[in-house]
Design a protein around this ligand. Sequence first.
Ligand SMILES: Cc1ncc(COP(=O)(O)O)c(C=O)c1O
Length: 459
Amino acid sequence: MISESAGSVREAALKYLWMHNRSWVQTGEEGGPRVITGGDGVKVVDSEGRTWIDVNGGYNSVNVGYGRSEIACAAYDQMRRIAFYPVGTAIPPTVELCERLAGITPGTLSRVFPVSGGSEANETALKIARAHARRIGEPGRYKVISREGSYHGATGGVLWLGSSAVYRRQDFEPAYPGMVYAPQPNPYRCPLGGRTPSECAERCARAVEDLILFHGPETVLAFIGEPVAIPTGAAVPGDEYWPMIRDICSRYGVLLIDDEVICGFGRTGRWFGIEHWDVAPDIMTMSKGISSSYLPLGAAVVSREVADLFVGKDRSLAHVFTSAGHPVAAAAGLKNIDVIESEGLVQNAAEVGAYLKDQLEGMKADHPIIGDVRGLGLLAAVELVGDRKTKARLEDQDRVCERLSEKFEERGLLLRSSRGLIAMGPPLCITRAEVDEIVHAVDVSLWEVEGELGFPGNV
Ligand SMILES: Cc1ncc(COP(=O)(O)O)c(C=O)c1O
């Protein structure tokens, strides 16, 4: 049994806990891990009693903010009523959640496979896509197009989608077969030389068509992307991109999988990110904001047209996770959706998100190191550069980011800068005053780091 005291929790963590994406020895040498004991809204408290702003709300996931006792009560009530269910039966909160998701997702998305996280949601989508190809008599379709720099999860199949730089994959070779990579429509650094967001969007969408034609449409199963790609720093594609991708997928019989694991549940100022472009995917995957991380939950929501092919003798999908659609998590998810609705958090994300972006934009005049400010709703990113005109990356990018992260910490922000980016995805209940606190702390931190490292214009 771990005692409550911070020291012993930290010690036990260093001895027993395998932390995400980091070495326990290095974590210990840096004085970590920090032990968190409470939270309210956008703030958390550590075991020393210090309050922090959690600028990325968990893993861009605590959409309604910390400390929602109504969600805890919903989970508690369900667990007291009945915590699980017998094989082959259904249970109210899980069914109700599916119905609710069918109601808020676009197009004919309506058949819901509930899961426990984003990786499971995307694995489920890939399996449905493969099984779908067989059911339409096109078993030769197995290739999946994802975008360079994207991330779609950590499990055996989906870890090969995208190529996020934060995720080293050499350890896990060989790759899942049929992974094909398309350029990322990042207007600030268009990989195809597009000079405007529209030009970049059109070139990157056409590149997807070229890939389909190059590989042969009869071999291509699906395309997967996030409406706004997070690992590249909230790069918002030009308006042409998603409608063109929808057309291209439809033309060649390629399923469009929309990964809303981060963008969903109000994050971008709409219920789902893809709605900014009026596009309905064939499969939508979701997690994080679905329960605001109060309990593990996710879903793959499938269009009627695709789901209908799984009806009939020997046509059902062989796919099960014991905890998928857990009724306690579903009850928490339903209450979480209630909170998002009743407090107008989607609208708040749109309004306060625009304010956050404006404030970050405002810092550009003082900080030549800022190359770009981008984002949508409460997804925002600042890209730091060595030269704003040429967009050359910072020479000493890692050191600058490390220094900045230390400065953020000194000012009470749980926020890390890496790969030349400062990326933010706070809870959707954030206020303008809290945005001001964050922006002020970032502003002062930039001044200090620029001064210490002798950046031109700031020495
Ligand atoms: C876009 C996207 N998809 C999928 C995942 C995987 O979700 P999980 O970590 O819940 O498995 C993530 C995780 O950050 C994500 O950002």
